[in-house]
Design a protein around this ligand. Structure first.
Ligand SMILES: [Zn+2]
Length: 280
């Protein structure tokens, strides 16, 4: 990105220069008692500049950056050229529903991608050990914290801890990252580049709230909404209402096959065409 001197970004940077922010921080501290600091406090918490590598910090220090291959792909969906769809399940593993999802996928010979939470992997290693077959695993952080609120070092530490747990327990090195809540900040992008990940969001998600107690209706809706290249977000852990999606999973699979779709992992869907780590 090139920004002309005197352009909007420069003005913005001047407007929120370090001294201004520090002054505003002092105002917030001093003004809180007077009840005038609420909007300033919100701004500082949620929108602050990457001072000292704070949240949204996109660099670490003044030395040459360790940024892996130097590129990072962020994807919502795959190429639209083939009738392929990637099912993804976040937040596991957990003993309650993960085995059931794995059973359904195995019965229908459907590969999927599981975005695993590192601490859950350590805790429930037995749930996934030896059961991942043709599935792919991705990193979904260590404890499902909002990575966009962490600084660059914290985000990297969180993700590498989870990365190591996933690699050790599953025997597979994750190449994909899905940040919790899909929240992104500069720190997340930086850490993802360092770890040579592709950053994977989604183009369609389960709509459980709209179909309480109606797995068949929910499945029909998802089948109708999928397009070639769709990355579909689901969860194998969570509130009971999410069972609507899992209860209707066989119908979803059959319905999508009837529409001519085949199921692939996220990496298979993306193929090598999108900038990926050379250190695969
Ligand atoms: Zn999640």
């Amino acid at each position: 990105m090139s920004v002309k001197r005197g352009g909007r970004m420069t003005e913005g940077a001047h407007r929120w220069g370090r001294r201004d922010v520090l002054r505003r921080a002092a105002l917030v501290a001093g003004g809180a008692a007077a009840g005038v600091g609420a909007s300033e406090a919100w701004w500082l918490t949620h929108r602050r500049l990457p001072l000292a590598g704070g949240p949204a910090g996109a660099t670490v220090g003044n030395r040459l950056q360790d940024v892996g291959s130097g590129q990072l792909a962020v994807v919502w969906s795959g190429p639209a050229g083939q009738r392929q769809v990637a099912l993804t399940f976040d937040d596991g593993p957990a003993p309650q529903w993960t085995p059931r999802v794995l059973d359904t996928l195995a019965q229908h010979r459907v590969p999927a991608t599981f975005f695993l939470v590192g601490a859950q992997v350590r805790r429930h290693a037995d749930v996934v050990r030896g059961r991942l077959g043709e599935h792919e695993v991705g990193n979904h952080s260590w404890k499902h914290r909002d990575l966009a609120q962490l600084d660059a070092d914290e985000a990297y530490d969180d993700l590498s801890r989870s990365h190591d747990a996933i690699a050790e327990v599953t025997g597979r090195v994750p190449r994909l990252l899905r940040p919790p809540y899909g929240h992104l900040g500069g720190a997340v992008l930086h850490a993802a580049a360092r770890l040579n990940y592709r950053l994977v969001l989604w183009s369609l998600q389960m709509a459980e709230r709209e179909f309480p107690d109606d797995p068949a209706g929910h499945a029909r809706r998802i089948v109708a909404d999928v397009r070639p290249g769709t990355i579909l977000l689901g969860h194998d852990v969570g509130a009971r209402r999410r069972l609507v999606a899992l209860d209707g999973l066989p119908e979803m699979i059959n319905g999508l096959r009837a529409r001519g779709f085949s199921f692939v992992t996220v990496s298979a869907l993306l193929g090598p065409c999108i900038a990926a780590a050379s250190t695969g």
